[in-house]
Design a binder for this molecule. Sequence first.
Ligand code: HEM
Length: 148
Amino acid sequence: MVHWTAEEKADITSVWSKVNVEQDGHEALSRLLIVYPWTQRYFSSFGNLSNPTAIAGNAKVHAHGKKVLSAIGDAVGHLDNVKGALHELSDIHAFKLHVDPENFRRFSEVLVIVLAAKLTSSFTPKVQHSMEKFFAVLVDGLSHSYHS
Ligand code: HEM
């Protein structure tokens, strides 16, 4: 069971209230695919991902980034039960999609960079700490089905 301080909860919900799931989701997923090109293999149905311009203009990447960030937003809404909120998604990624869970950690690192670039000086070390803790819990929740 994760313990959140009131301040951590406030930091996480405040950061998330500034997130634009469509725009930031697109940026984060594009970065994942460009920075870690081997992650492209999971998205073979998405069409052309052959270079950064193609990735940035790919409508499926755009839609999927929004979907992923919306799911993270649901988890932000269930901070006291992140694992439960992600249970079904963990099953899907483990048993249906066979995504290496190491990629969840990579995606959360990319997201920290997207948030830092967006929030600039308001993404203080304290806020970063709260978000890193949240992402660790998120990654743990998404990885849950892999351990069972
Ligand atoms: C870290 C946070 C992540 C979250 C919250 C998340 C969330 C989601 C959601 C909500 C879906 C749609 C599930 C459905 O169809 O019901 C999905 C699908 C999928 N996810 Fe993730 N995901 C994450 C990370 C990743 C990563 C890192 C990869 C691979 C590198 C990945 C690969 C996929 C693939 C391949 C699909 C199916 C896409 C399609 O064909 O439409 N996910 N994910």
